[in-house]
Design a binder for this molecule. Structure first.
Ligand SMILES: [Fe+2]
Length: 607
């Protein structure tokens, strides 16, 4: 996606500015997104008080860059907990001077330079660096000063907890005419009362990949929605919330939001759009109602005026559902359509840009939209690669699968998508384990585990630890596997998967008695996931291997039959090689060779 020739110089400049300010904000995790939020608020205030298009462009740039001087402040001062000493305060205040050093170098940035220099001046002259008063402070500096203070008050900082949004607004009012320009405070408060400030903050929180901000975003959207009058805007805000609930797998909340959206749409005659339908399909996907996902996705695809991105999403959901239903060929077909769209999309992005530009969208606003579009496309492309990787993995094409996982991880890394990264790392870990690259697998599992722990996703922690245990067993590190499983048993109830992992250990320790006892606790009829059933039959086969050859072979053949039917090619290969081993153990060379032949054919097929 990142083809440099697609950008003109101005685009590159803005991207560089965003990248720079993001790195500064990222120095301290509490200020992440600060420059973006101050820019969102400041541009809104500027529009509200009726500044011209040119002036708004200046506001955009100056607010995004207002803290650029912090790049030169030491991390010790930036991140210090507790009150700064006199020297440290002076050092911190120098950021406006450092900004001047940087910005004064370019003739086109002189206005921005002056604005940034004075964004800490206060109405009554108590600010720095010039101690300017009232309207002697540049207007845009006064705007940024208010938005900067508001954001500083309403986000956590290392040295104190944040205030509530309404408290921060009261604080601004309390210092009207002393610290802040009274008219501008009135403008900011009016916007807050209309829900605009909470809306913008919610957008910023929901767009970021800091998943712990998502819950906060929902709260902000709820407050903004109550204040919004326009039903169309209420609808779009509910849709944002549905997106977040789906992402956080809060399915009860998703359902309520779906109902709310349907109600809004019938009450005010708002047309149901493809984005809603896609989110609706996703909800059913998480509910494991795959036929419903297929229905809804087909409905979206039958619409002629579908946007390419929603089109691609629908195809991806369709492919994912086919995959879940073990229709892997159908899934692959949908994925190839999907890939076509992304190829076209990356080619046409700049056309979208030019078209919008000619219809007179503000330049920076447009760039920001484009930037978001790039992000959204990249993210969706990465998710597509995840699905491709999973399908190829099942089909035994390990190297293809690995390539897709790496493509996905690269994209998600660029996007700072920690949640998405953890999903791909989990998948790649399983793949590497199947490829017998145990150590690399464990590394990937640990990356996944870290995020699942951070986000407190219980199911995620359970699943990845189970995979780690199985990886250690294959690796021959039984002690490590045992430690992980005993932790799992403490936290989660004894699932068939946990029992089977324990049986795998018994098998390696050649303890058939224990194996028999544990496998007796499992009712195969209750194993819904075909992979679980395959594993169960495989272990049963291993159990009978030494005492009853026929039974052993029957079980393993059953496992191979399911693998074949559901196209788990890599599992079938493993099972055929096990069968070959058992036949040759019993001196049946002919049958052993037959299995090896089948196995080689499977391997050839995937090449
Ligand atoms: Fe500042």
């Amino acid at each position: 996606m990142g083809n440099i020739l697609n950008f003109n110089v101005q685009d590159l400049f803005v991207l560089a500015v965003k990248y720079l300010t993001e790195s500064i904000d990222a120095k301290d995790k509490y200020t992440s997104g600060h420059s973006d939020r101050v820019r969102l608020y400041a541009v809104k205030v500027a529009e509200y008080i009726g500044l011209s298009k040119n002036e708004i462009s200046t506001v955009y740039l100056a607010s995004q860059l207002h803290d650029v001087g912090k790049a030169k402040i030491s991390e010790h001062v930036l991140k210090k907990k507790g009150i700064l000493s006199r020297e440290e305060t002076l050092e911190m205040e120098k950021h406006v001077i450092y900004a001047q050093h940087i910005l004064s170098k370019h003739p086109l940035l002189q206005e921005v330079n002056i604005i940034v220099k004075h964004h800490h001046e206060r109405w009554d002259g108590s600010g720095y660096p010039g101690g300017l008063t009232g309207e002697n402070i540049p207007l845009v500096s006064r705007i940024i000063g208010i938005c900067d203070s508001y954001d500083a008050m309403t986000t956590n900082r290392v040295y104190r907890r944040r205030k509530r949004d309404s408290e921060a607004v009261r604080e601004l009012i309390a210092h009207k005419g002393t610290l802040y320009d009274p008219k501008l405070v009135d403008a900011f408060v009016a916007l807050f009362e209309e829900g605009e400030i909470e809306f913008l903050k919610g957008m910023n929180f929901s767009r970021g990949f800091e998943t712990n901000a998502w819950g906060e975003a929902v709260k902000l959207f709820k407050r903004a929605e109550k204040k919004f009058k326009d039903p169309e805007r209420k609808y779009s805000i509910e849709l944002k919330m549905l997106e977040i609930h789906n992402k956080m797998k809060q399915l009860d909340q998703s359902l309520l939001t779906i109902r709310k959206l349907e109600q809004l749409s019938s009450e005010y005659g708002i047309a149901i759009n493809d984005k809603f339908l896609n989110e609706n399909a996703l909800y059913h996907y998480y509910k494991k109602e795959f036929d419903e996902v297929i229905n809804i996705s087909e409905m979206i695809l039958s619409n002629r005026h579908i946007s390419p991105l929603e089109h691609a999403r629908a195809l991806r959901h369709l492919a994912m559902s086919y995959w879940k239903l073990n229709k892997k060929e159908a899934a692959l077909v949908e994925m190839s359509y999907c890939e076509e769209i992304y190829k076209e999309l990356s080619g046409s992005l700049m056309l979208v840009h030019d078209k919008n530009y000619s219809i007179g969208l503000k330049y920076f606003e447009l760039l920001d939209e484009n930037y978001q579009l790039y992000e959204e496309i990249s993210l969706n492309l990465a998710k597509m690669h995840d699905v491709q990787a999973r399908i190829q993995f099942d089909l035994g094409a390990f190297n293809k699968a690995l390539k897709y996982y790496d493509l996905s991880l690269d994209l998600k890394h660029d996007l700072d998508d920690s949640y998405g990264l953890s999903i791909s790392h989990g998948g790649k870990g399983k793949l590497l384990s199947a490829m017998r690259r145990y150590e690399a697998a464990e590394q990937n599992f640990l990356m996944n585990l870290r995020t699942s722990r951070n986000l407190e996703i219980k199911r995620g922690i359970y699943l990845v630890n189970l995979e780690r245990a199985k990886n250690f067993i294959r690796w021959g590190k039984l002690r490590k596997a045992k430690t992980i499983i005993s932790e799992l048993k403490k936290q989660f109830e004894q699932t068939p998967e946990i029992i089977m992992a324990l049986v795998m250990i018994d098998l390696q320790e050649d303890n058939r008695e224990k194996m028999e006892k544990k496998l007796g606790q499992i009712d195969p009829k209750k194993l819904k996931d075909p992979r679980c059933l395959i594993e169960y039959y495989r272990l049963m086969g291993q159990l009978y291997r030494k005492k009853d050859l026929h039974t052993a072979i029957r079980y393993i053949e059953d496992a191979a039959a399911i693998s074949q039917q559901d196209r788990f090619v890599y599992l079938e290969i493993e099972l055929r090689s096990l069968l070959a081993e058992i036949y040759s153990e019993h001196g049946d060379t002919a049958k052993s060779n037959l299995q090896l032949k089948l196995l080689n054919m499977l391997k050839m097929e995937e090449k």
